[in-house]
Design a protein around this ligand. Structure first.
Ligand code: HSE
Length: 431
């Protein structure tokens, strides 16, 4: 029986999960694949802390070149996270003839195009199933299962940590800080959790989905990104009152000759399936020409969810190696009808707006006057409390409007004497 040697860079939450699966399920995987997968070497800067799997000391190293330069290692599994030095190690490993498995969406969003080109030139593969939706096999589905389809849009909830935080705030009245700490304790959050909360992690994943579905590598500076840090418990309870749930939504969709790529909190109608996606779960909806609408759902973060996808990639590579196959990660075919990226000014939707205003006669009239001047129509307005000489929240729902006009109107409103805090604006998405 042929055996395959694997070297792992990064012995953190996901890395130790992968080693544990490869150890605990060795016989099961060998029986299924006809190949024996050996973990030959593991590199991490910390090789002394206890993990949930014990390994022989001889396998551990602090020096990545022990893996990169080992000719007996066929597959390098990169699970260290961050762009550098991971990108440099993957480049060296490809040049040494190794295949790559990575879960590193930040790295692929930034360096993916160069690395995919290099891997093709070297006749080696980069597999990256765990980089989006962790254990949800979305990359394989888009790359293989839906190969005959053209896509109209792909959107959903791509960050487990922020979904966990919003769900805990919404269902249990939990504070933002406490919910985030729980997500960290459970191993869902990135080592820098602002990547989760500020929408960057969702944007990295969205860039990969856009590449797979539309053949276009979008620069992160062209993705409209807004995180969840300005979503307050008041917004969450107003959302519930109005019949919505707040979710951090990631969307890439074709609008005429343009591609719209955005990540932001959104009010989702309660009856929409995405509104029921709670906790660490992710959900990815794909709209394509042959199959129609598809929904992929499941845990989008967590040790064994991500490790399951990494092991699936390793197994895929063992099969390629056994068959003497080289399957470049995918053949990217650019959608030639897309000529440009849409600017945020052009986005159109309904909106929820929360203003903090002094409670006195005429304030509401002035606000609605400004909105009218910019052609913006109000669907509903509620003043939540009455506190003489104090400020009160005014909650508005706005009919379909263009972002450009709305921002211009709010700029005027936010500068009015009666307005005491910057307005909060959340898009309402009937996805
Ligand atoms: N921090 C990520 C999340 C982990 O919360 O979704 C999976 O990419």
């Amino acid at each position: 029986m042929k055996s395959i040697n694997v070297g792992i860079l990064g012995f953190g939450t996901v890395g130790s999960g992968v080693v544990k699966i490869l150890r605990d399920k060795k016989a099961f995987l060998t029986e299924k694949t006809g190949m024996e997968i050996n973990v030959k070497s593991i590199c991490d800067k910390d090789i002394t802390s206890k993990r949930n799997v014990s390994v022989e000391k001889s396998l551990l190293t602090r020096d990545a070149s022990d893996i990169i330069n080992d000719p007996q290692i066929d597959i390098l599994v990169e699970l260290m996270g961050g762009v550098e030095p991971a990108a440099g190690y993957i480049t060296e490993a490809l040049n040494k003839g190794k295949n790559i498995v990575t879960a590193n969406k930040a790295l692929l969003a930034q360096e993916g195009q160069r690395l995919f080109t290099l891997s093709r030139d070297r006749g080696k593969s980069i597999y990256f199933e765990a980089s989006v939706g962790a254990g949800i096999p979305i990359i394989k589905a888009l790359r293989e299962g839906l190969i005959a389809n053209k896509f109209n849009s792909i959107y959903g909830i791509l960050n487990g940590t922020s979904n966990f935080v919003l769900s805990r705030m919404s269902a249990d009245n939990c504070s933002f800080a406490k919910a985030l700490q729980e997500a960290k304790d459970k191993g869902f959050a990135e080592s820098n959790p602002s990547l989760d909360i500020d929408g960057i992690d969702s944007a990295h994943k969205l860039i990969l989905l856009a590449y797979l579905c539309f053949g276009r590598y979008v620069d992160i500076k062209d993705v409209y990104i807004e995180g969840i840090s300005r979503v307050s418990s008041a917004d969450i309870s107003y959302a519930l009152e109005l019949g919505f749930q707040i979710k951090l939504l990631a969307v890439v969709k074709k609008e005429g000759d343009a591609l719209e790529v955005r990540v932001h909190p959104a009010f989702i109608p309660k009856q929409n399936l995405l509104a029921s996606v709670n906790g660490v779960n992710n959900a990815i909806c794909a709209s394509c020409d042959l199959v129609g609408e598809l929904l992929f759902y499941g845990p989008g973060a967590g040790q064994f969810s991500a490790a399951s996808a990494v092991v699936a990639d390793i197994v895929d590579l063992t099969q390629d190696i056994k068959a003497g196959l080289f399957r470049p990660a995918f053949n990217i075919v650019a959608d030639k009808s897309i000529k440009r990226l849409r600017k945020a000014d052009e986005f159109e939707s309904r909106y929820y707006i929360r203003l903090t205003a002094v409670d006195r006669p005429g304030v509401l009239a002035k606000i609605s006057g400004v909105l009218a001047k910019y052609g913006i129509s109000i669907a509903s307005v509620t003043q939540k409390q009455r506190m003489k000489a104090q400020v009160v929240p005014i909650v508005m729902v706005i009919h379909e409007a263009r972002e450009k006009e709305l921002r211009a109107a709010l700029n005027v409103i936010d500068h009015m004497d009666a307005i005491k805090e910057r307005s909060v604006v959340i898009r309402i998405e009937d996805v």
